[in-house]
Design a protein around this ligand. Structure first.
Ligand code: NAD
Length: 246
């Protein structure tokens, strides 16, 4: 049987690495893409059926090379997981334009660039794109002017791409994670935010990387062959309640 090939961006740790591991367990070969060279080489060296691609998703030259190196290695591309992301929290009045641009460059430009570059290869396989947004892109709360706006835009980008690429059999979906104790989240979640999430989430806890990865991998697989243009909140029920956050 032909082994399917995926690209997972931001795969050196966190949700991206867990996704790559679940997809490998399902028989995929996975190109791990990250700009953290040291961590990337370390995790790639510990795994079979992976390629390490040192790339910044906000850099068009890097993105072009990411696709070329993946195709040279795997011969095909069946799924792209746009997971790389950064979080910067702060009041709007303290958010500098540099911070705003930093967040948009990775979270939004990166998704646009990687998906656009992957289209020719995905047309060949009638493949799938899976974007990682956030519950912060579904609802507004304080401190998230750049992060939340970038993730809301990713949700719209998902729908735009799904509308346009459906005629080629390419599915484009989006997962909106609730809080997961990764390096990204723990750098911006104060104790007040942690407590508020525990209270507001019906399951009363943070999710795990693995709980996110299972849904992401499912949506990339043939089992989700009639699902496109969707946003799936994997958030312990947070989005369903409307309970607010600080
Ligand atoms: P993480 O910080 O553990 O991992 C993110 C990875 O992306 C890192 O390895 C980092 O080096 C890489 N990366 C960042 N910018 C990059 C760039 N420009 N080019 C290439 N690689 C880059 O974070 P995580 O929590 O696993 O986040 C994964 C995704 O999930 C992000 O899009 C994040 O916004 C989203 N998310 C996370 C949470 C959470 O609570 N952890 C909640 C909602 C959404």
């Amino acid at each position: 049987m032909t082994q399917k090939v995926a690209i997972v961006t931001g795969a050196a740790r966190g949700i991206g690495l867990a996704t790559a591991d679940v997809m490998r367990e399902m028989g995929w070969r996975v190109a791990l893409v990250d700009r953290d060279t040291e961590e990337l080489q370390k995790v790639a060296g510990e795994r079979d059926n992976v390629l390490a691609v040192d790339a910044d998703v906000s850099n068009p030259q890097d993105v072009g090379r990411m696709i070329r190196e993946t195709l040279a290695w795997g011969g095909r591309l069946d799924a792209l997981v746009n997971n790389a992301g950064v979080a910067r929290f702060g009041p709007v009045e303290d958010t500098t334009f540099d911070t705003w641009r930093e967040v948009m460059a990775t979270n939004l430009d990166g998704v646009f660039l990687c998906t656009q570059a992957a289209i020719p290869a995905l047309k060949e396989t009638r493949g799938a794109v899976l974007n990682i947004a956030s519950i912060s892109g579904l609802r507004a709360s304080t401190l998230r002017v750049a992060y939340g706006t970038s993730k809301a835009a990713v949700i719209q980008l998902t729908k735009q791409y799904a509308a346009e690429l459906g005629e080629h059999g390419i599915r484009v979906n989006c997962v909106a994670p609730g809080p997961v104790r990764t390096k990204l989240a723990m750098a911006v979640h104060t104790q007040e935010i942690i407590d508020a999430y525990h209270d507001a989430i019906p399951l009363n806890r943070y999710g795990s990387e693995r709980e996110l990865a299972e849904v992401i991998a499912f949506l990339c697989s043939e089992k989700a062959s009639y699902v496109t243009g969707q946003v799936v909140a994997v958030d312990g029920g947070f989005e369903s309640t409307g309970v607010g956050l600080p």
